[in-house]
Design a binder for this molecule. Structure first.
Ligand code: PEP
Length: 264
């Protein structure tokens, strides 16, 4: 029998929160989240690079069961790449996850599919889990080409990855029109694309299709998380704005309680 997939709630802090604020934010999360919360859900924070050492020291020192990772990774191993951060540097800081291909990187830093594919490989070379972000812009959805478009992004990033490497990726479906806009995809819209991603992975490897985690991202809040998490192919959320508010993020992590309250 296959293991149930563990939900993952990831907070992408983007370019917010300095290293002092990062310590306070992680402490608030750690104090509020109970063992029961953390047994049910994997919790991950993705601070800016400059916060990582402080976050590492806090989490390791106090043995918090919160994972941390980076928002980006260089495709290069080392050398004359001013401003870049390598996989070995991130691994040395204890990062366990790295975002690859976030839409803001694709849009503002011209990260095309080939670069995203190289970032996925760069993370895996250093034993970190890439969170491969994919998603369509509004005009593509209006033309009803969103599923084919997103699957194209996934195919381009996967290339000829082995089954083992494929199983070690987390996917994040983030429709660009929903990121930071307050406009959440309906649970059914999110499920349509997440289900299609799982279908594509399953074609390559049935076991990978069953085990990989697929997140939804795009203006997720406490008020919308339960419906999204009720979908069969959605295993967690990538949360931007709401992850900066500890009460909101804690509420998102506790989506099960919200779902139960809805049923009463
Ligand atoms: C994100 O940054 O990945 C994201 C989904 O942002 P927001 O939740 O603010 O839409």
């Amino acid at each position: 029998m296959t293991e149930p997939r563990r939900p993952l709630m990831a907070g992408n802090w983007k370019m917010n929160v300095n290293h002092f604020e990062a310590i306070a934010l992680v402490q608030k999360l750690a104090f509020a989240l109970s063992d029961k919360d953390l047994e049910a859900v994997d919790v991950l924070v993705l601070p800016p690079f400059t916060d990582l050492r402080s976050v590492q020291t806090l989490i390791d020192g106090d043995r918090y069961r919160i994972a941390y990772g980076a928002q980006d990774i260089s495709v290069h191993e080392s050398g004359a790449y001013t401003g870049e951060i390598s996989g070995s540097m991130l691994a040395k800081l204890g990062c366990s996850y790295v975002l690859a291909g976030h839409s803001e990187r694709r849009e503002h830093h011209a990260e095309v599919d080939e670069i995203v594919a190289a970032k996925v490989r760069s993370a895996q070379r250093h034993s970190m889990i890439p969170i491969l972000c994919v998603g369509e812009r509004l005009e593509i959805r209006r033309e009803a080409r969103h599923v084919e478009y997103v699957l194209g992004q996934v195919e381009a990033a996967l290339g000829d990855l082995s089954t083992e490497a494929l199983s070690a990726i987390v996917f994040a479906y983030e429709p660009v029109w929903a990121i930071g806009t307050g406009e959440v995809a309906t649970p059914e819209d999110a499920q349509e694309v997440c289900g299609a991603i799982r279908g594509l992975v399953s074609q390559r490897s049935e076991s990978a299709g069953e085990s990989v985690r697929i997140l939804y991202g795009g203006s997720v809040k406490m008020s919308s998380v339960a419906g999204i998490m009720a979908q069969p192919d959605i295993d967690g959320c990538l949360v931007g704005g709401a992850s900066l508010d500890p009460d909101e993020f804690i509420g998102i992590v506790r989506y099960r309680l919200l779902a139960q309250a809805d049923q009463v």
